[in-house]
Every structure is written in structure tokens, then in C-alpha cells.
Design a protein around this ligand. Structure first.
Ligand code: ADP
Length: 437
């Protein structure tokens, strides 16, 4: 754009400068033709021989041509001026003829009168008009040249700046394109990952659904086709109930996770005592897990957190049930809470199979399960930790795991304390409370 404007402006100014110069030259030519005619005329008046008459006529023709050139090269104003000069010149020729006649008749007084009063004033009038106009046109020509010079200087100054701006824009454009390309690649990667997850999801979920459904089907067929005693009936009904509950919790987990991941889950926040939640969760599970004695190390005076009690219970329950599930040979489980003025931390520690370091990050992804011989016989869908992660995220906290394969794992959940909680006032006592659930 800049180069088009610059080229157009320069071309226009070059044209103008050239035109002004040609016009100025045509004026200068007319002026010198007028002076030449005046010289020849004086020679003729001093010596009116036929040779001088011829030269005078020739000088007159040269002057007429030069004045016509002004009309040709110049504009309308110049054409008017040329016409005026030619008219004055014609009057002067008439006066000069009479002057030549008087001279030839030997009437010197009349000849001098004509020269003084008619011919000379006409010459001076022509000369003065031509001189003024010549100066004007020369000034025009110089101003056109000066304009051209200014434009050229600006172009010289602006060119590198415009080039630099253009180059910078090009780089910015390239960066934007590169970002879009990266974003597109990332989107493709995510789509691929999603489609892979979808596949895995279908296979895991259909397997997880099929197991309880097979149970329901089998037990209900038995109840329908066999002659059963009441206690047998009760036993099968209880098995069917267990399978139905398993199915229901699976569906709830999937729906919950979906709501949380898409940001559509709203939590009812209230002050929550994490110690109470941990104690309740431990009490509920200890009855069903004698092989996994639970130890509680609860910090006294733990500040309250701002959260939803049910969801935080789900966090503790999921971590606790994993700790038991992934300790197939049994082993104690420790639940510990600690806190400072800003954060409270819950740690669930087991002495089970552990998690390889390369999997520590991935286990919080949905449907992620570690494929190993130790875990092959353990049932799971890969939703528990994904739900824990989402709940903790919604509470503005963080969760992570540490582990040694074969030694056990520890899951840490850190949550911000309620703004109003004044931990300093209820500072942690030296030595935390140790309870056995
Ligand atoms: P699930 O237990 O249903 O497979 P989770 O999301 O709860 O799904 O856990 C994901 C994976 O993380 C599990 O499959 C398991 O491999 C690993 N994992 C979770 N908790 C523990 C633990 N306490 N010890 C060892 N591995 C664990």
C-alpha cells in the first residue's frame, strides 16, 4: 500500500515539475526572442537597408513562434497571456511600419515620435508582462522541484520504517498461524484421546455392567424356576439387591463425574469439620474390613474447610476403599489430618501393592487403570480417583499421590481453610490424637 501511494505521489510530482520546467523554458525563450527582435529593430532603425528588413521580419517570426510555444506548453492562463502578447506585437509591427515609412521619408522627428510614443511603450509592455510571467513560472518550477525533493526525502525516511512494520506484522501473523496450528494439533490430539477413551469406556463399562447384570439374571431365574425355601429366597434376593446397588452406584459415579467435568455441578458450601468426616468414613468401612485395621491420626483444633460434606465424604470413602482394595494381602491403613493457618491436609496411607512412579499422574484420569498382574484380579472401572480429583478441584484444593511399589501408597488431599477459621486460636497441640477405629 505504502509503495503504491509513494509511487503515485512521486510520479505526479515528477510530471508537475517537468511541465512547470517546460513552461518556464518557453517563457524564457519568448523573452530572449523579444530582446533579439529589439536589437534587430534598433539596427534596422539606424540603418534601414533591405538586409536588416529581412532580419527584422525573421526576428518577428521567431518571436511569434516562441509566444505560440507558450500557449502550446502552458495552461489556459498562459494561452491568454500569449494571445495578449501577440496582439501587442501586431500593434508594434504596425507602429514600426509607420516608423520605417517616416524614416524612409527623411522625417526624423516623426520617426522618433513613433519610436518614443508607440513602438517603445508596446515593447516595454510586452517585456514587462513576459518578465513577470517568466519569473512566476520559474518560481512554480522550483516549488515543484522542492515538493519532489521533500517527497523523496520522506520516502527515504519512511521506507525502512514501513519495511520494519511490515516485517513485524509478518512475524506476528506467522506467530498467530503457528499458535492456531498448535491449537489445531492439540485439538486433534484431544479428539483422538477422547475417541480412544470412548472405546475404552465402552469396553470397561459394558464389562462392569454385565457382571452385576449376569448376577441379577442368574439369581432371578433361579427364583423363578426353582422350588426355594424362604431363607434361600432371601439370600438370592439379597444378592440381587447387592448387584442392583453396584449398578446404581456405577451410574451415579458416571453421571457425577460428567457433571463435575463439564462444570455443571453446583455444590452447597458450608463449614465442614474434616476430622468428623474422616471418623465417620472410617467407622463405616472398618466393620467390613477386618484385614485392614484403620488408624486415625487426627489433628486437634483442625480448622474448618468450606465445602460440601457429602462430597468430601465421597473423597475419603473412595481413597479408603482403594487403600483396602489395593492391599490384597491386608495391612493397616492410616488416616491423618494436619493443618496450618491456610490449608488442611488429609493423608490416606496404605501398605499395599503401590503404584509405579510413571503412573502417579495418570491415575487421576477417568477410566485409568494400571495393567499389572497384581491388579488383574482387582475389580475397578477407573472412576474413583477421577471423582476425587474433580471434587477436590471444586473445593479449590489439590490431590496427589506418593508411592513405593510393593511398599504402599499415600494419597494427600489439601484443602484451603475457611477464611473465618482462626487456626492460630486453636493451634495444633504437640502430638496429634491417635485413635484406633
Ligand atoms: P478403580 O479402582 O476403579 O480402578 P480408581 O480411579 O479408584 O479406579 O483408581 C485408578 C487406578 O489407580 C486403579 O486402577 C489402580 O491401579 C490405581 N490405584 C488407586 N488407588 C490405589 C492404591 N491405594 N494403591 C495402589 N494403586 C491404586
Amino acid at each position: 500500500m505504502f509503495s503504491i501511494v509513494a509511487a503515485y505521489t512521486t510520479q505526479t510530482q515528477v510530471d508537475r515539475a517537468q511541465r512547470s520546467e517546460t513552461v518556464a523554458e518557453s517563457y524564457a525563450g519568448a523573452l530572449s526572442a523579444l530582446n533579439a527582435e529589439e536589437t534587430v529593430e534598433l539596427e534596422y532603425l539606424l540603418d534601414p537597408i533591405s538586409d536588416n528588413i529581412g532580419r527584422l521580419e525573421e526576428a518577428g517570426r521567431v518571436l511569434t513562434d516562441a509566444v505560440n510555444e507558450i500557449a502550446v506548453q502552458g495552461g489556459r492562463e498562459d494561452a491568454v497571456l500569449a494571445k495578449d502578447i501577440l496582439a501587442l506585437h501586431a500593434q508594434r509591427l504596425v507602429a514600426n511600419e509607420r516608423l520605417a515609412g517616416a524614416s524612409a521619408a527623411g522625417d526624423r522627428t516623426e520617426a522618433e515620435r513613433i519610436h518614443e510614443n508607440e513602438s517603445q511603450p508596446l515593447f516595454l509592455a510586452m517585456k514587462s508582462r513576459l518578465t513577470v510571467a517568466t519569473e512566476e513560472r520559474q518560481a512554480d518550477s522550483q516549488s515543484a522541484l522542492a515538493g519532489l525533493e521533500t517527497t523523496a526525502r520522506w520516502i527515504l525516511i519512511l521506507s525502512p520504517i514501513v519495511f520494519a512494520i511490515g516485517f513485524a506484522l509478518l512475524i506476528v501473523l506467522w506467530l498467530i498461524l503457528e499458535r492456531y496450528r498448535r491449537a489445531t494439533r492439540e485439538t486433534y490430539r484431544k479428539i483422538e484421546q477422547l475417541s480412544r477413551l470412548r472405546g475404552e469406556f465402552v469396553s470397561i463399562v459394558s464389562h462392569e455392567f454385565r457382571t452385576p447384570l449376569t448376577g441379577v439374571q442368574g439369581f432371578s431365574e433361579l427364583m423363578r424356576d426353582e422350588e426355594l425355601t424362604i431363607p434361600e429366597m432371601r439370600e438370592y434376593a439379597s444378592d440381587i439387591n447387592k448387584d442392583a446397588r453396584r449398578l446404581s452406584s456405577l451410574i451415579s459415579d458416571m453421571l457425577d463425574l460428567d457433571l463435575m467435568e463439564s462444570g455443571r455441578m453446583t455444590l452447597r458450601f458450608a463449614p465442614v469439620d474434616l476430622n468428623r468426616i474422616v471418623m465417620n468414613a472410617a467407622a463405616q468401612s472398618s466393620s467390613s474390613a477386618a484385614a485392614h485395621p484403620i488408624e486415625l491420626h487426627l489433628s486437634e483444633g483442625l480448622p474448618e474447610v468450606n465445602g460440601e460434606s457429602e462430597r468430601l465424604t465421597q473423597v475419603v470413602t473412595n481413597l479408603l476403599s482403594n487403600a483396602m482394595k489395593y492391599s490384597p494381602s491386608g495391612g493397616g491403613i492410616e488416616l491423618e489430618t494436619t493443618g496450618d493457618g491456610r490449608m488442611v491436609t488429609l493423608t490416606v496411607r496404605d501398605h499395599g501393592i503401590g503404584i509405579p512412579a510413571t503412573h502417579l499422574e495418570k491415575i487421576f484420569d477417568r477410566y485409568s487403570q494400571i495393567e499389572a498382574t497384581e491388579t488383574a484380579s482387582i475389580k475397578g472401572v477407573g472412576l474413583g480417583l477421577a471423582i476425587v480429583y474433580q471434587i477436590v478441584r471444586l473445593h479449590h484444593g489439590k490431590v496427589w499421590a506418593t508411592s513405593d511399589v510393593g511398599e504402599g501408597s499415600a494419597f494427600h488431599v489439601q484443602l484451603p481453610v475457611m477464611e473465618s477459621a482462626t487456626f492460630a486460636a486453636r493451634a495444633e497441640q504437640p502430638g496429634s490424637r491417635v485413635r484406633r477405629a
